[in-house]
Design a protein around this ligand. Structure first.
Ligand code: PEP
Ligand code: MN
Length: 340
């Protein structure tokens, strides 16, 4: 059960609700947003409580939430959340494309990638400075130097920047520069990190863990929302299945399902979802056709020389083609690519 307080509710009104919860042996979880305070009731809830709490001063609505995830559920919020990333809206009337290198490798290559994706119509620049690598001997990113390069790319192109954060100790540095923080598949259930990035107040791109069920993914989002940060975008990036012909199996089902179960925007990642550049465009089209709010795609000036994920990275030319063809699909489902 969630008790929504009105914008005019006083601290005494909030205390009144909390005291009543305690009398009933329940715990509270308070999220104070810019406009509303929302009190989640934790414990054994019986239907009679809805009526009881709706009569308390300052209460505007009592919502019964049957799912394990609460704040991220459609039951809790019917209208779609729109996430603002440096002025680019994800979850609105148009589809958004995030593109760039898997890992930032040099200023020259990163800047040329930023220029190329901008020229092709991308809306947000991606690039990893802190890379989660399966092997500790692989290239693990340029760290702070990579962040500075991304800042220079934003300065030149005007594209907002999303970049991954791997550990709690890096959150401050990354949040100081990026417009959006990415939680990668490998950290999708790192709950301490989820709470720390949430507290940065920045929009969060939350990848689905490669072995996470949809409910676990939404519960991961719940950790962020529960800290009072509502700016979360879900990203389907492929899951582990018995199939080894592709790197992962992009779960198209999860896109409309997540949108049905949650009000949060959902995007898809055809690069990690397939692991092969030749499959990226067709799967990108499928993602948009399935109702996603956007895609995130890896691009490199010379994929053969990329320090990570070259096999799934598009050349500038192939990315420009993808933009044209994905743009057609987006228009046909009445979610045209955002312009400007
Ligand atoms: C990435 O975006 O480069 C990345 C590492 O993604 P994921 O966490 O989905 O593997
Ligand atoms: Mn990658």
């Amino acid at each position: 059960m969630i008790v929504v307080m009105s914008g005019e509710a006083t601290a005494d009104d909030v205390r009144g609700v909390v005291d009543r919860l305690h009398e009933l042996g329940l715990q509270e979880n308070i999220s104070s947003g810019a406009e509303l305070t929302v009190i989640g009731a934790i414990g054994h809830i019986i239907p009679e409580y809805e009526e009881m709490f709706s009569r308390l001063p300052g209460v505007v609505e009592v919502v019964r939430v049957t799912k394990n995830y609460k704040l991220s559920s459609r039951e809790f919020q019917h209208v779609d959340t729109v996430v603002d990333v440096g002025g680019v809206k994800i979850g609105g009337a148009s589809s958004v494309v995030i593109a760039g290198q898997c890992s930032v490798d040099s200023e020259e290559l990163a800047l040329s990638t930023a220029r190329a994706v901008k020229a092709a119509g991308a809306h947000i620049l991606r690039g990893g400075a802190y890379k989660p690598r399966t092997s500790p001997y692989a290239f693990r990113g340029l760290g702070e130097e990579g962040l500075k390069i991304l800042a220079a790319a934003r300065q030149e192109t005007g594209l907002p920047v999303v970049t991954e954060v791997l550990s709690q100790q890096d959150v401050e540095a990354v949040a100081g520069l990026a417009d959006m923080l990415q939680i990668g598949a490998r950290n999708a259930q790192n709950y301490a990190l989820l709470e720390e990035v949430a507290r940065s107040g920045k929009p969060i791109l939350l990848k689905r863990g490669m072995s996470s069920q949809v409910e676990e993914w939404l519960l991961a989002a719940e950790y962020i929302l529960n800290q009072g940060n509502k700016q979360v975008v879900l990203c389907e990036r492929g899951i582990r299945t018995f199939e080894t012909a592709t790197r992962f199996t992009l779960d198209v089902n999860a896109i409309p399902l997540a949108k049905e179960l949650s009000h949060l925007p959902v995007i898809g990642d055809p690069s990690h979802g397939t692991g092969r550049w030749s499959l990226v465009e067709p799967v990108a089209r499928a993602i948009i056709a399935a109702g996603a709010d956007g895609i995130i795609v890896e691009v490199h000036p010379s994929p053969d020389h990329a320090l990570s994920d070259g096999a799934q990275s598009l050349t500038f030319e192939n990315f420009a083609k993808l933009m044209t063809n994905v743009g057609r699909v987006a228009a046909s489902v009445d979610r045209p690519l955002a312009t400007g």
